[in-house]
Design a protein around this ligand. Structure first.
Ligand code: BGC
Length: 477
């Protein structure tokens, strides 16, 4: 081999890693959005909020801004025993909660909802729920008691009262026939009646975002936004009645109401197309609800792992990962769990302990440290984009509310377990809010149980006082 050739080869080998980096960069660049893009997205979000709130504009709006009939944060005087149901997150739970001023105790049990029920009929779903309530009550020796129940039902619902919620469409992998367009509290009561062996009445139905807000507001009066970053994503906030064109309730004090934004549906009219990547389009295409919940699909835990998997597969097919050799697992839809993203990004040194563990679980045989670095990079791009996109929504709410100090109650597995989500969000929201505005992101604990109990307690108190006044006068007030 001539000397000259050797020199050229050596030089080539030196620049090859850079060249490979460039190829990788080309394939994942669409995940990197500019500051202007985020600013533009915030303006779009704000526009959609207003469209959803307007009486005339709401019918064609995608972000529905449902008034919840929850008017105020708790005052700490709520007390008693309550049952709560939590449907719509990772697990279905039944809870027993005792409220006693600031003191809250609870017991809960997780019950599985089998896949065939998630996509079966509504009757099967609610019969299953009623059966779980029965089991829970029997295990806690409650069968002879009458305990008010709150239902955290975390799907888009048009509420027509505190205990009437009409499901508009299923999200997050649920698709039970015969429930869309129906009042889920009625379906629950019918299932309870069909059994005939439990005496339970549902007094309130809330979204998990409202639960998070209420639970956090129990100890922090500045709490005015509830945010979920878990299997799905959504936010609720406290809005002045004068801004809610849709409002059809009374205008008594407090002149405000919690609005369940259902922001996951942003983009269902194509307004996010300018930032969607080919990976997002794939995820949407193969989902149970194509064309729906576009913003949610770019952010939440149900989809994040799959976005990363698709990007890794693309890199592998281009020979830029694992020497081009994948595995059946890596090629399987849904097999790259979102928890892997958190695990991989939790590696802080060059040993890549977690990353290698994930590769092992995916039965990948050949991987180098460079592969670990690239996988980590892809995960961080996808999760950073998710955190920044969620920040756009929060900043839009903060700017809209225009209060001085706001605490945002946050719950959900994605936010809880990802090592950087919180910090990324604080950084981005800070950039997007009006100067001088102060906010805090606070982890909200057990919102779906405690929040439901608090709302139910208020509903129960109202009902009891109504009963009393009927009893006193023989007339309804
Ligand atoms: C649902 C919301 C819910 C969110 C978080 C979305 O898919 O539509 O109602 O709050 O998930 O659980």
């Amino acid at each position: 081999m001539g000397r000259e050739f050797q020199t050229v080869l050596a030089a080539l080998l030196k620049i090859l890693p850079d060249y490979e980096d460039m190829l990788v960069e080309n394939l994942v660049r669409p995940f990197i959005l500019k500051d202007e893009d985020y600013k533009r997205l915030m303006d779009i979000m704000l526009g959609e909020f207003n469209k959803g709130l307007g009486k005339e504009t709401n019918p064609t709006a995608k972000v529905k801004m449902y008034p919840t009939y929850v008017r105020d944060v708790p005052d700490g005087s709520e007390n008693g025993n309550f049952l709560a149901l939590d449907l719509g997150g990772t697990n279905f739970r039944v809870l027993l909660i005792n409220l006693n001023g600031q003191e809250v105790t609870m017991e809960s049990k997780i019950y599985l909802i089998p896949q065939h029920i998630m996509t079966g009929t509504g009757e099967q779903l609610f019969d299953h729920i009623a059966e779980c309530i029965h089991k829970f009550m029997s295990n806690h020796d409650l069968l002879k008691e009458k305990i008010p129940l709150g239902f955290t039902f975390s799907f888009p619902c048009k509420q027509i009262g505190l205990n009437h919620a009409i499901l508009t469409q299923w999200t997050k992998g649920f698709k039970c026939e015969g429930v869309e367009g129906e009042d889920v509290v009625r379906l629950l009561h019918e299932a309870i009646k069909r059994r005939g062996d439990i005496d339970v009445e549902c007094l309130a139905v809330i979204n998990d975002t409202v639960g998070a807000l209420m639970s956090c507001a129990h100890s922090d009066r500045d709490c005015a936004i509830g945010l979920i970053l878990g299997t799905g994503t959504n936010a609720c906030y406290i809005e002045k009645l004068e801004n809610v064109g849709l409002w059809d309730g009374d205008y008594n004090e407090p002149k405000q109401v919690m609005i369940n934004t259902e922001w996951g549906a942003l983009g269902d009219d194509g307004c996010l197309d300018f930032v969607k990547t080919e990976y997002d389009r794939q995820v949407d295409k193969h989902s149970i609800n194509p064309g729906r919940q576009i913003y949610e699909k770019m952010i939440s835990g149900m989809y994040m792992g799959e976005i990363v998997r698709l990007a890794l597969e693309k890199l592998r097919k281009h020979g830029l990962l694992f020497g081009g050799k994948g595995s059946e697992e890596l090629s399987t839809r849904g097999r790259f769990y979102t928890k892997y993203v958190s695990e991989i990004e939790s590696d802080v040194d060059d040993h890549f302990k977690n990353t290698k563990q994930v590769f092992e679980e995916l039965a990948l045989e050949k991987y180098s440290d460079e592969d670990c670095r690239i996988a980590q990079y892809v995960c961080s791009l996808v999760s950073t984009r998710a955190a920044f996109l969620a920040s756009v929504g929060v900043a839009a709410l903060l700017n809209k509310m225009d209060r001085q100090d706001v605490t945002v109650a946050v719950d959900g597995s994605l936010y809880r377990f990802h090592p950087h989500f919180h910090d990324l969000m604080v950084e981005k929201i800070q950039q997007l809010v009006k100067p001088g505005m102060k906010f805090k992101l606070m982890l909200s604990h057990d919102g779906s149980g405690k929040g439901a109990a608090i709302v139910t307690a208020v509903a129960n108190r109202l009902r009891e006082s109504e009963k009393e006044s009927i009893g006193e006068n023989g007339l309804e007030n």
